[in-house]
Design a protein around this ligand. Structure first.
Ligand SMILES: [Zn+2]
Ligand SMILES: [Zn+2]
Ligand SMILES: [Zn+2]
Length: 421
């Protein structure tokens, strides 16, 4: 592009531009320590400017006499000043344990050799990459936990390969509404004193002729496909009302982990989750379906998409979680999932823009991977529940939101449909 060719023009154009710093915080810290400068952000101060702290261990050797040495990367110093240190001088049991875990794994792959006296170049290179990976994932974990607004903590682990934090992904807690999209249907509050046990005019769900979605323990009791109307900022009930669940955010500690069978990142729960319990929302950027068509084509070419159509009444909006999303971005598909989707309305009752909430379909053990069906079909209303719901409007029963994806399914469940299309 031709900008006019003058430096001052360029300066004018770039006035509001900024570029990320190319130098790593590690290198900055090295500079600081080299120049004896204190820096709060880098945690270099008068007390520790002369300290030597082991950042990670890179290599190992054993002398003929059996004395063990480790090659140390010092925190705040460049790798060019790494030094061999005898084991007896090192007080970093955690780092040493991690080093040997990594080393054992590598040696096992090399036909189960025992601990050699010296490591080859390739082994050392993998050890260093692993140590750096662990650091970058840890940094990302800290960032995610600073950004989240929900009680459930986020952990990150990759014991499978050398992939670091995903590039081009920003953690958000709520929908980001794109340009040109206006939400104007605000909910009216209820006037109940006890929304679950003594709902006045059916409480908030009643206002749209729907039934209360939760029992008094906050478990969902309606079938998927029926909308949830939670109490909102205009209701007379307080924050302890049992009709406020999704709005309280993720409650469980969850872990983003690298799957072992080529399904990329996945999410597992670190805590037991009861049946019919809210787990997380699916959030992203709200775009028009026209825009989604364009992006969808581009994403399909890349082999994965994160588009979720909000076709509650008519197909108008789509949630795009490709670059902006919460932990649901990392949840994998399964043909036999343990999470299912519900449409939720809180302050906004615009039927074209429900919030997407994932609830457990069964009890989920701590350590189990969380999955949902990207191509979920909601069963047609059966006669029994039609009778039960007869006082409520069944017109406009929503079709399920769906996540478009065009890949072979590797969920591994017995009911696997083999392809997701
Ligand atoms: Zn109420
Ligand atoms: Zn209410
Ligand atoms: Zn309430």
């Amino acid at each position: 592009m031709y900008f006019g060719g003058y430096a001052e023009n360029m300066a004018q154009i770039l006035k509001d531009c900024c570029v990320p710093c190319k130098i790593t915080s590690d290198e900055l810290e090295t500079l600081c320590r080299g120049e004896r400068l204190y820096c709060q952000e880098l945690n270099v101060n008068r007390a520790n400017v002369n300290d030597y702290e082991v950042e990670f261990l890179c290599d190992y050797k054993r002398t003929r006499e059996g004395e063990e040495f480790y090659f140390v990367k010092w925190k705040g110093f460049s790798e060019s000043v790494n030094t061999w240190e005898p084991k007896r001088n090192l007080k970093c049991p955690k780092l040493m344990k991690l080093f040997h875990l990594d080393l054992d794994q590598i040696l096992k792959r090399q036909k189960g050799r025992g601990l050699p006296k010296r490591l080859d170049k390739e082994t050392v290179s993998i050890l260093i990459q692993k140590a750096k990976l662990r650091q970058s994932l840890h940094q990302w974990e800290i960032h995610l936990n600073k950004t989240r607004n929900h009680p459930g903590r986020i952990f990150v682990i990759n014991e499978v390969d050398l992939d670091g934090p995903p590039k081009h992904f920003t953690y958000i807690n709520n929908y980001k509404v794109g340009p040109g999209i206006v939400i104007n249907e605000m909910a009216v509050g209820c006037e109940c004193t006890d929304c679950v046990n003594e709902p006045v005019n059916g409480c908030c769900p009643g206002a749209s002729l729907h039934r209360m979605a939760y029992n008094d323990r906050g478990q969902v009791r309606i079938r998927p496909g029926q909308p949830i109307y939670e109490c909102n900022s205009r209701c007379s009930c307080g924050p302890d009302c049992a009709n406020r669940v999704v709005q309280k955010g993720i409650q469980f500690d969850l872990c983003i982990f690298k799957t072992e069978n080529g399904r990329g990142w996945g999410v597992r729960t670190l805590q037991h989750i009861k049946k019919n319990t809210f787990v997380m929302e699916y959030v992203g950027e709200i775009i028009t379906t026209d825009e989604a068509e364009k992006r969808g084509h581009f994403y399909d070419c890349q082999g994965s998409t994160y588009l979720f159509d909000l076709d509650y009444v008519e197909d108008v909006y789509t949630v795009d979680a490709a670059h902006l999303g919460n932990i649901s971005h990392f949840v994998n598909h399964s043909c036999n999932p343990n999470l299912q989707v519900f449409n939720v309305f809180i302050d906004n009752i615009d039927e074209r823009l429900p919030r997407i909430a994932l609830f457990s379909t069964r009890a989920i053990r701590a350590g189990e991977e969380l999955t949902f069906d990207y191509k979920m079909q909601i069963d047609p209303v059966d006669t029994e529940s039609t009778k039960m719901d007869s006082s409520f409007s069944l017109a406009g029963l929503p079709t399920s939101p769906k996540k478009r994806i065009r890949v072979e399914c590797r969920c591994g469940s017995e009911s696997c449909r083999k392809y997701l299309f």
